[in-house]
Write a protein that binds this ligand. Structure first.
Ligand SMILES: [Zn+2]
Length: 59
């Protein structure tokens, strides 16, 4: 999933065990479906919560 405003997707990294074994992992961005006003019309878009909090979407 991708944020419709900033394009944020996920952070990738490694799960590191105590024996220093690295396993790839990804942390998804906190993306919510919101009803927002886009180009004067209401529609449902998928937006990350940092964009919602910083008022980049008009509800
Ligand atoms: Zn965003």
């Amino acid at each position: 999933m991708r944020c419709a405003i900033c394009g944020k997707r996920f952070m990738s990294g490694c799960k590191v065990s105590h024996s220093n074994h690295h396993t790839p992992r990804r942390v998804e961005a906190n993306i919510q479906k919101v009803r927002a006003v886009v180009n004067g019309r209401r529609c449902r878009i998928q937006v990350c919560t940092s964009c919602i909090r910083s008022n980049k979407v008009t509800k």
